[in-house]
Design a protein around this ligand. Sequence first.
Ligand code: AP5
Length: 217
Amino acid sequence: MLIILLGPPGAGKGTQAERLVKKFNLAYIATGDILRAAVKSGSPLGQEARIYMEKGQLVPDEVVVGIVSERLTASDCRDGAILDGFPRTVAQAQALDEVLREMGRQIDRVVYIAVDEEELITRLTGRRVCRECAATYHIKFNAPRVRNVCDQCGGELYQREDDSLSTVQERLVVYREQTTPLIDYYGRSDLVTEIDGNGDIEQIFSEISSVFEVESP
Ligand code: AP5
């Protein structure tokens, strides 16, 4: 089972993926997490990615396509994976189609999580992330039990550099211009299921889980 989580920054892709990988025992490929780990390590990839990420722009297609193509060959992806944050441009989607064709695999479903823009800004500017395990919280909507401490591993919570208001606004522009065409791209193959992502986290999880259950072998 290969499922893409598509949606604007702050739609809840990471929040839902965290729950879905546990429930359905799938591999998790989040390009944002992979790129942030590269930035943290100071590798040449990280140094290049940082320039784009801190401005809220997309890292070049060939860089992320290379990362995902390699990741998909790992043994944990054999039985299925959730793709979060990839593809993000039509060129990335076309490259993914090509890679999957060569592997004899295909996308089973694209879950598009739709959320109002005002809500996205509130979510992103109030988000906190664990430095150790990358678990995601929100200061109001999904607060940790102890302020700035991860419930899961005790790690310190921090605010992502790209969650400042000005960078969030730029990310939303980039999303509208470069990523929304994917809704049509996958819609043409009837692969898209739209979920209203404005409600309660557990309610949305239950709706997305139903989509996964239909696709499960
Ligand atoms: P990435 O890390 O992928 O960021 P994103 O897509 O902008 O998505 P986010 O992680 O911001 O949001 P999310 O939908 O996961 O929301 P979350 O669950 O955290 O990418 C970062 C950067 O990396 C990009 O800008 C780009 O530079 C680069 N990059 C990554 N992939 C790339 C690619 N393919 N090509 C090129 N460049 C790439 O939730 C947000 C907040 O809301 C949290 O605080 C959460 O607790 C809260 N929340 C979640 N659900 C709800 C709810 N239902 N109600 C209330 N609060 C909620």
